[in-house]
Design a protein around this ligand. Sequence first.
Ligand code: NAI
Ligand code: MG
Length: 502
Amino acid sequence: MGIAISPFQIDPRVADYIDKPRKMLINGKWVNAASGKTFPSYNPATGEVLAQVAEADREDINQAVKAARKAFDQGPWRRMTASERGRLVWKLADLLDKNIEEFAYLESLDNGKPLTIAKAADVPLTVDLFRYMAGWATKIEGNTIPISVPYTPGAKYLAYTLKEPVGVVGQIIPWNFPLLMAAWKLGPALATGCTVVLKPAEQTPLSALRLGELIMEAGFPDGVVNIVPGYGETAGAALAAHPDVDKIAFTGSTEVGKLIVHAATGNLKKVSLELGGKSPNVVFKDADLDAAIPGSASAIFFNHGQCCCAGSRLYVEKPIFDRVVEGVAEHAKKIKVGAGLDPETQMGPLVSEEQLNRVCSYLESGFSQGATALSGGHKAADKGYFVEPTVLVNTREDMKVVQEEIFGPVVTAMPFEDPEEIVLRSNDSDYGLAAAVWTRDISKAHRMAEHLRAGTVWINCYNIFDAALPFGGYKQSGWGREMGHDVLQLYTQTKAVCTRLA
Ligand code: NAI
Ligand code: MG
């Protein structure tokens, strides 16, 4: 007890949890790093150290992979029925459901996001994801296949496929939705019967570690889930390169995604990647502007713009450009920026000093190339990592702020004149994660949906996520899909079995 994050009182369970250094979870035990080292996790609202956490490095990764390997190859996990496996995942969801408040506090403190949002979105979405995946455990099926075999005339066969878990999975996740990203990765791995070594982001390790306690409480066998917090260049790189890991699943920057692909070549482990984005949000002149204006504001400002799918390129049809852009800027000016624990807060700080500096340097780059801000444009406080919600105009396609992922509350707004042109401009990006269209013309909306090269297209809405809806990227936004039944493909492999009957 005793950590006061003034002026807001923190939940006593959370205060207790962060009061002592947190250990890592390897083979069902909470252990210190082999090196004895710890690293700090910061409170982004104050820049102060929030908690100390055991720092995994190569040796800890080796131990965690060994435990996951043993749990996969020899443990009770593989002998469980699909129903038993599904019930464990469901139980984990129930345990989390009972602790929504506590997890929301932890998430808000460690990541900076508003407590109200963590309570309404991050934690409930996590519970729902686990329940959705729990249901899949009993529904992963192969096929029976009629085969003809021309070179064995008259022979009869029984041929079928088995869908088997891919094995030991290394999972490396980011800091923008720390708990939810853990669930997107753990849910399908556990439903399909894999074992896991999960490395949370160094900026936000706390909720994944607390989730580890619930995983053990739910009754998952030792070694099925190992959680090893640490830095990317050390723990992350060791996990990605490990020869006993069968698959690596990564969410983060495109730059590191490419490093993961290289690291995976040693044993040709399977790779899935959910990477960056620079998503176009297109508003046509026939749109319902009462929905499109707040929708476009929330497309960029939700989670402080720290969303891989943020609607960061706003394109508005010329006749309504001023109205829409001024409307979005009005929304931006009204957003209450503050500490996540403040119940009035609508936007918290960015996650880290590094992200603050990165976003501010993008703003400087935009201004130096001639962009102007209709709202915001600056760092928002002396303490903590706050940035003002920013709408940039007078931007051109070739500017860095229009081309690159900023990952902060900064949108660039530009007019367009015809639908053909806007498809080309929307698709003129290395990324292809998401896109949105606002129009009352349903034919136009679906034509746009067909032509936009993105893994998700939202029509008259933005940031709608569901455990049943696959999410992932075209182009350099990634390989494979998270959620839905699509993700199960990434955690299973097909075995063909052929029996000669006669
Ligand atoms: P990052 O890609 O460095 O970090 C994401 C995860 O990868 C963390 O767990 C980190 O420890 C790990 N990692 C870093 N280097 C690694 C390596 N060499 N081998 C294995 N794992 C490694 O992202 P960072 O630096 O936190 O943010 C930089 C930019 O990345 C952001 O500004 C944003 O543009 C993008 N990003 C995208 C995310 C997404 O959801 N697609 C999430 C976070 C960041
Ligand atoms: Mg932190």
